[in-house]
Ligand binder design. Structure first.
Ligand code: DX5
Ligand code: ZN
Length: 216
């Protein structure tokens, strides 16, 4: 499955309901929700009230990207607010807490994603691939929208894709940061299948659809 995951970080917060309708009209299956705490990343975005509000107006998959320290403390809250996928950063937890977080999310019937910052090596995710649903490869330094795509992350995407195929697993690869009508094609060719777009989706005059972006 391939889909866009528009990030509401770039949405007009005063018109969030209308912005969600725009996502639905695009054919995207996911809404990407960037939670930032000002500690794991140098920016603060939003948290539980926004996740609940979005849940109240859509049946799309709520894809929560937690850029926070101690993400394991908030798993119950994310679930209560209606998250369908909870993605935390591999850099935020030690091995034991990564394993217990995966177990907790799965026990609740939700999907688990693990994200890698640009400096984190592809191999660091290999031991967890059998246990998770999605790997999020950051294609910018997490924290802000509107940054430029890091082309050198495509090697990491390919290496993870190869490992997933070698192990015959069914794990999605999501890319996030600087995705636009040009970089989405490169990420697609490298093996990614879920594409987060903030700026390119909400600041674009034309409605963006996956099919037109990938020319498929
Ligand atoms: C950045 C966030 C992204 C952000 C992407 O840390 O994780 O999801 O919204 O924004 P663009 O698409 O503008 O790079
Ligand atoms: Zn994100």
């Amino acid at each position: 499955m391939k889909t866009l995951a528009p990030s509401i970080l770039a949405a007009n917060m005063l018109e969030l309901g209308e912005e969600i309708k725009k996502i639905e009209a695009s054919g995207a299956k996911y809404v990407h929700i960037d939670v930032m705490d000002g500690s794991f990343v140098p920016n603060i975005s939003f948290g539980m009230p926004i996740i609940s509000a979005v849940r109240g107006v859509t049946d799309l998959v709520l894809d929560v990207h937690a850029m926070i320290i101690n993400p394991d403390k908030y798993i119950d809250d994310f679930i209560k607010c209606g998250a369908d996928i909870i993605t935390f950063h591999i850099e935020a937890l030690d091995n034991n807490r990564i394993l217990s977080s995966i177990e907790k999310i799965r026990k609740n019937g939700k999907k688990v994603g693990i994200s890698l910052k640009p400096a984190t090596k592809a191999e660091s995710i290999f031991p967890y691939l059998e246990l998770i649903d999605m790997v999020l490869v950051m294609t910018v330094e997490p924290g802000f929208g509107g940054q430029s795509f890091m082309y050198d992350m495509m090697e990491k995407v390919s290496a993870i894709k190869k490992e997933i195929e070698n192990k015959s697993l069914c794990v999605d690869i999501q890319v996030d940061g600087g995705i636009n009508s040009e970089t989405i094609k490169i990420a697609n060719e490298s093996g990614a299948n879920i594409f987060v777009l903030g700026t390119a989706f909400f600041k674009s005059a034309d409605p963006l659809r996956l099919e037109s972006l990938l020319g498929e």
